[in-house]
Design a protein around this ligand. Structure first.
Ligand SMILES: Cc1cc2nc3c(=O)[nH]c(=O)nc-3n(C[C@H](O)[C@H](O)[C@H](O)COP(=O)(O)OP(=O)(O)OC[C@H]3O[C@@H](n4cnc5c(N)ncnc54)[C@H](O)[C@@H]3O)c2cc1C
Length: 299
């Protein structure tokens, strides 16, 4: 039995589906929303002092939450403060959204963040997975980040994150190392130039991606190829499992057509992986992260 200080706003047995981009997932045993970086560290310290498993979500745009939910404390990080640190340097709380960051940078004549408009996630989630698009990713603008671990917080330089394609060293310790705040470095550029690039990015996104509920790209692109092309070649565009469907617009997206369950998504992912391997000999690697339990039978 855990008793929580009332100021932390922790609730018991709360459905996570409404908090996720996919609209899928069972309840969190405990759920709290952090709207400031200091509240985020307070919650992390408290959860850790109770030896509870802790899961931090940003905008939950790259996760599949299991149908049976998540044990322990789930923190939704909405600490979104942004500030100018020095010339062309931005400080951001880790719950800031990548689109919010792109607009803030544009207003201040700082280029290099335009790609953020294509990513509906938080800065923290983007550091975790080195999110990127249109030829850039967060590793190109990150200078350092304040990271929480159960023995305290410390600043880590970019190299310590060992960034690669959609990966970082944080993925080796999920839930144990949490980005609290970041310092980012851009380049001076006229606002009009930045804005026209942002319009291009938005137009391309609208044309190429489904607007339905999803978790973004389901699989990583294998070296030298595109997961979407391979899935289409395997004849799986539009394939369904329950209410989960391979998007007609972009085959590397699975969309939630109604009341999809995590088990439906996983069954569809397994089918895609098997069929793509049969047709092209390539084993696709998931990009989305599974969190919690209740994913049905997997092959
Ligand atoms: C329509 C759509 C389009 C997308 N397009 C792209 C794209 O072009 N490129 C791309 O890279 N991604 C894309 N994504 C995926 C997603 O938006 C990114 O991966 C994003 O960076 C995830 O951020 P988030 O806050 O939503 O993370 P979440 O989904 O909340 O979490 C993802 C993982 O990060 C961990 N995490 C979250 N916050 C922190 C933190 N502060 N510290 C440590 N770990 C943390 C979580 O525990 C989880 O394991 C897209 C998604 C959608 C739905």
């Amino acid at each position: 039995m855990n008793s929580w200080p009332s100021n932390l706003g922790v609730c018991r047995d709360r459905e996570l589906a409404p908090h996720t981009y996919f609209g899928i997932g069972g309840p969190a045993q405990y759920l709290a929303i952090a709207d400031e970086a200091s509240r985020l560290t307070e919650l992390l310290d408290f959860g850790s002092s109770r030896e509870l498993p802790v899961t931090v979500l940003g905008n939950a745009s790259n996760v599949l939450i299991g149908d049976d939910g998540v044990e322990g404390l789930v923190i939704i990080n909405q600490a979104r403060q942004l500030g100018l640190h020095e010339r062309e340097k931005i400080s951001a709380e880790s719950g800031a959204l990548m689109g919010q960051l792109a607009h803030f940078a544009a207003e201040n004549g700082i280029g290099g963040f335009e790609f953020g408009l294509g990513i509906p996630g938080s800065v923290g989630g983007s550091v975790f997975g080195n999110a990127g698009c249109f030829g850039s990713d967060i590793s190109k603008v990150l200078e350092r980040a304040l990271v929480w671990r159960n023995d305290g917080v410390s600043w880590q330089g970019r190299d310590e994150f060992e960034f690669g394609y959609r990966c970082s060293a944080l993925q080796r310790e999920p839930g144990l190392a949490v980005v609290i705040e970041v310092r980012l470095q851009g380049v001076a550029r006229p606002e009009s130039e930045i804005r026209s690039r942002m319009v291009q990015i938005q137009d391309q996104r609208r044309q190429s991606q489904p607007a339905d509920r999803s978790a973004g790209s389901i699989f990583k692109n294998p070296a030298g190829d595109f997961a979407g092309r391979l899935i289409e070649k395997a004849g799986l565009k539009g394939a369904r499992s329950g209410a989960a469907q391979v998007s007609d617009r972009h085959a590397n997206f699975i969309v939630n057509r109604g009341q999809a369950r995590a088990a439906d998504v996983v069954a569809l992912m397994d089918r895609i992986r098997r069929r793509v391997h049969e047709v092209s000999g390539i084993r696709l690697e998931p990009e989305i992260r599974r969190i919690g339990s209740g994913f049905g039978e997997t092959a």
